[in-house]
Design a protein around this ligand. Structure first.
Ligand code: EPZ
Length: 429
């Protein structure tokens, strides 16, 4: 298994191009199942999760074509993928496939909406918590699907098609909103989604569905209205920039010091997190499509933070922010309100010398003047990258095991950091 070795201490200086968002690309790819015509997606990041989903979609009979490189494109420029679900030959997503990536459960929505049936394995728990799918099932039931749980599979049937309804989510769920949106596009009549997730990835999905002929109003607000249509058609859409990757590099610069411009991104996608970073002592200036992060001389200040659904502070940046706070002056309280078990990075940060006390949904991080490199291991994607950030700011050498977590969600991580002066390398084997 590959490892990453970091020799910490160097400030980061330069520019980092931001990739397309993994968490937008996945539902967009799944939306290709809604039409027999071709959906062309641009700015798709080269990530293990994207390849896994392509394999899952191929299993249903979806053809895909990855466009070759064009002049001026580099290996860090996102790829263009054309997906065509002309005839879906299988409506079953087995455990072996769904268990590799939870988001693949979302295929249930387009399958039942377009073909009237789907059999999708329950995804099971994962490192950050139990992560149930009850609200996704509730949404499909409201739209008239008959749901049965059979041998670990969710079997959804709607032989006469789905019917528009009001779906009110008792808590904000990104996956639930994606599922409700996709299913409602082909339902008869009007669907109102209440307490919908307002995440930019939901807006990106809605924008693409609208290009495919869907009638959707209000994406990005907590009430979304969908007028069902008989069929959707092909379209071409570019995946929005990755706000989590953007925030991750911003935190890395805040922690190591230096001056980095993050390009091809949009500051409004992470306004809350950037504000918290400013409070912590980073200097941030933005244009429409770039963010410059600087920290020269001044130390990092402790800031309290609570994760919340968008537009609040994203749970997917909590671990990275905690890494930053390990070197702050003072103690910060970090509250995790989205997932109940998303503190697996705490013990590993402690191996680098961080002082963190856990109490229920909160971590109290008492800043220390220096971290010291050590071998560490991570259990999920965002936790792994928090260890990279901490390793970049630690004295000496840090080795990170289980690098495959990073490959799921950060395109060209080492290359992007090396270009800014980091000493980071992958050790094969
Ligand atoms: C998406 O997961 C993201 N995944 C996650 O990113 C992200 O952390 C999460 O949204 C929150 O922003 C993708 O987009 C692929 P939820 P999702 O449904 O949709 C509870 C990463 O690192 N809930 O918004 O699965 C759930 O347990 C990943 O890239 C139910 O109770 O998250 C959680 O407490 C990790 N019942 C809360 O809602 C349900 O049926 C929010 O989860 C569904 C969810």
């Amino acid at each position: 298994m590959d490892r990453i070795r970091i020799r910490g201490g160097a400030p980061l200086n330069g520019t980092i191009p931001i990739s397309g968002a993994k968490n937008a690309a996945l539902p967009l790819m799944i939306a290709s199942l809604l039409t027999e015509e071709t959906l062309e997606l641009g700015n798709v990041p080269r990530l293990a999760d994207i390849s896994s989903l392509l394999r899952i979609l191929s299993n249903f009979g979806v053809d895909h074509m990855i466009a070759g490189r064009r002049p001026g494109e580099t290996s860090e420029t996102g790829q263009t993928i054309r997906l065509t679900a002309r005839s879906v030959i299988d409506t079953c997503a087995p455990y072996e496939l769904v268990s590799t990536m939870r988001a693949s459960f979302w295929v249930i929505a387009p399958l039942v909406a377009r073909l009237g049936e789907a059999r999708v394995s329950m995804p099971g728990g994962c490192a950050i918590g139990t992560r149930p799918v009850d609200l996704l099932i509730m949404a499909l039931e409201k739209l008239g699907a008959e749901i049965e749980i059979d041998g670990g599979y969710v079997v959804a049937k709607a032989p006469k098609g789905l019917t528009g309804a009001t779906i009110e989510f008792p808590k904000v769920t990104v996956g639930g909103t994606h599922v409700a949106l996709m299913a409602a596009t082909l339902a008869k009549g009007t669907t109102v989604i209440k307490n919908a997730a307002r995440e930019p990835e939901v807006v990106d999905l809605a924008d693409c569905l609208i290009k495919m002929g869907a009638k959707i109003r209000g994406a990005g607000e907590s009430e979304i209205v969908v007028e069902g249509v008989e069929r959707l058609h092909g379209a071409s859409h570019d995946v929005l920039p990755d706000r989590i990757e953007t925030g991750t590099y911003a935190m890395a610069v805040a922690m190591t010091g230096g001056d980095v411009t993050l390009e091809n991104t949009r500051p409004e996608l992470l306004a809350f997190a950037l504000d918290v970073l400013k409070q912590a002592g980073a200097e941030i200036t933005s244009t429409d499509n770039s963010i410059r992060v600087r920290r020269n001389g001044n130390g990092i200040k402790a800031v309290d933070m609570t994760t919340d659904p968008f537009p609040g502070f994203p749970t997917d940046l909590q671990a990275q922010f905690m890494a930053l706070m390990t070197k702050a002056s003072g103690t910060s309280r970090i509250r995790e309100t989205i997932f109940e078990n998303r503190f697996m990075h705490v013990q590993e940060l402690a191996r680098l010398g961080a002082k963190i006390r856990l109490d229920g949904d909160s971590a109290y991080v008492e800043g220390v003047p220096t971290l010291k490199g050590a071998p560490v291991m991570a259990t999920d994607l965002r936790a792994s990258v928090s260890l990279v950030i901490a390793g970049l700011a630690a004295e000496g050498e840090t080795t990170i095991n289980r690098v495959y977590h990073l490959d799921r969600g950060f395109e060209a991580l080492e290359a992007k950091l090396v270009r800014c002066g980091a000493e980071i390398e992958r050790i094969k084997g």
